[in-house]
Design a protein. Sequence first.
Length: 380
Amino acid sequence: MILIKNVEVYSPTYLGRKDVLICGEKISLIEENIEFKNEKIKIIDGSLKKLVPGFIDQHVHITGGGGEGSFRTRVPEIMLSKLTKSGITTVIGLLGTDGTTRSVENLVAKAKALKEEGVSVYVHTGSYEYPTVTLTNSVRRDIVFIDEVIGCKIALSDHRSSTITNEELQRVASDVRSAGMISGKAGILVVHMGDGEKGLGPIIESLDNSEIPARTIRPTHVNRNEKLLLQSFDFAKRGGIIDLTCGIYDKLSPKRVIKLALENGVNPENITISSDGYGSWSNYDEYGNLVKIGVSSVEALYKEFKAMISNENMNIEDALKYVTSNVAKALDIYPKKGAICENSDGDVILLDENLDIDTVIAKGKVMVENKEVLVFGTYE
């Protein structure tokens, strides 16, 4: 058991200064004052600190992304401490461009490994390509029968995608939605958006010509260019959820885009942020030749959260929503995740006076304390 004393609690709504008791993997009690005298209870002094929900990063290439520049550019798998040091206690893994040398089997196995090591993990079946790569040869069966799988991924408006038709897009979205209903999961279709001229056009056309709810389809990387961004605002205003990627361009960084979105009448609950961690970023010349490649960091999520407060004067409650409660609600795991309340999972972060990550607790276990990693992955 862990008892955090005298700490300012953000759920992400500010709850005041409280004591918080975590038993097993759950938050058991939140009171003005909790007194226990037992040497088996770990007591953490929360004075001068803020307690916030663990971050949820819904777009991480946990088995490594990359590969666009031949085999040597394959990004390695992520290690546990890379997540926990960044305050990430729940992660959603997915494949990227490469669904050939990487597989859904590998993805699910990595998810199970990270779960054993101490964090919460979900995944999406599929990759950039169509027909969709799966584990059971069926998007529906992957979602319904594999515990970790909550949705599917494809790519649009990108030279690396399979250039699928609107009918094919509708078919995958329908499968995902039906599977989600059957299994009681989110049942979402994550769509990697590239720089192609069509932008969100195929998604809008597919929704206009079907009965698929807008919330089923989740375009990500929508802040990669201004035209795509404005299209995404319209999509969000019709009830869709858009995902902003950290570290694309400073001009279109989430911290700046959110302000613009709110000015355009977008409901803030329809906006989430993710890191695209351990995926590769790549630049191409006018002939489609790769000229530069690099790797994204999961730490970008925390840095963006802090920048929203320090650079854009956003309050803590609002900044937290984009990396905690909004994401949890979008994934149908709220308030199990994304909140600090009784019976929520014991996933919390203690921030110091400078909003630096001091302590990270995942599923009721201290992973980072006093800025030092206590629990490492098996091969770290």
